[in-house]
Design a protein around this ligand. Sequence first.
Ligand code: ADP
Ligand code: MG
Length: 340
Amino acid sequence: MLQAATSRSVDVFEKLEQVGEGTYGQVYMARNRLDGEIVALKKVRMDNEKEGFPITAIREIKILKTLDHKNVIKLKEIVTSKVRSPNKTSIYMVFEYMDHDLTGLADRPGIKFTVPQIKCYMKQLLTGLTYCHLNNILHRDIKGSNLLIDNQGVLKLADFGLARPCALENSKTLTNRVITLWYRPPELLLGTQTYGPAVDMWSAGCIFAELLYGKPILPVRDEVEQLDLIFKLCGSPVADEWPEYRELPWSKKYTKQKPFQRRTHEVFRRFPLSARNLIDGLLALNPRKRMTAKDALDSDYFWEEPMPCSPQDLPKYEPSHEFQTRKRRQVRFWCPWCLW
Ligand code: ADP
Ligand code: MG
């Protein structure tokens, strides 16, 4: 499946610079020695693998190979390093190179996105998600550092390390320990194991609110705080709105909470009604009532002035990846809208 026997050697590429370091491996900017093309090499981390090739990487490669869309990162090939012992072979995924990730770009000093720019990024994020969901793929780790942007302004979903095919509801159970905490929806925090594309839509709502607000809107330290903060912003779940809530495995733990009112329109009152309605639709507590990617694309926000700009009209920036900017960034765990 990985064509290790026939794959080219990583020596075809000259590593130029490290641009990423995540849970599963380093990412390098590299140049193809044959034609000069600039690519990204993502090393498959084999550290703890006694049992051969990591299953997570197999899943990531398999899924990437089935996807072909302008808003989804393109896997060009797999290359291997020539090491004598077969157990020590390094394997790299070769991707088209992208100049920025959204977190790295937003963290650049002095950056302030315009409204047409935010609309342009959101439209592309939602178009990529529509495509994945239509093809029954859940991404399960939508966040700024996994949204890559090139200097033509094209945004692509990347890092399919946690992605998997949608299990039909109530058939297979899935793990609820996915999605980076600040972008994780309430149903996962409450322990559901049957879920679908709505989990990615919650994360998209968090990204949208963050782009408008200029900082993450639900920054916390742990799962319990996360659910508290979600309920403070979105209101406590009520049976009318989300009848299935009571059946979720960990819902009993939260029964003694004093009820909160939904505050999205108050917290985001600086933004137009169409933006607040889109936040409301994406940050619906009940996943069944949450907007789909297609609904979101049809929302008034994208069809009223100022209209989204075209990717090629976006400003060009110096390369910026979270790996490089996070050293500058202070991670704060206090909520920017809770004090008032
Ligand atoms: P991880 O599982 O380690 O988070 P990612 O695929 O998200 O793996 O890669 C980590 C980081 O490397 C990204 O956040 C991004 O900054 C950078 N990166 C990943 N793919 C590319 C690419 N194709 N072009 C440029 N930078 C990339
Ligand atoms: Mg990542």
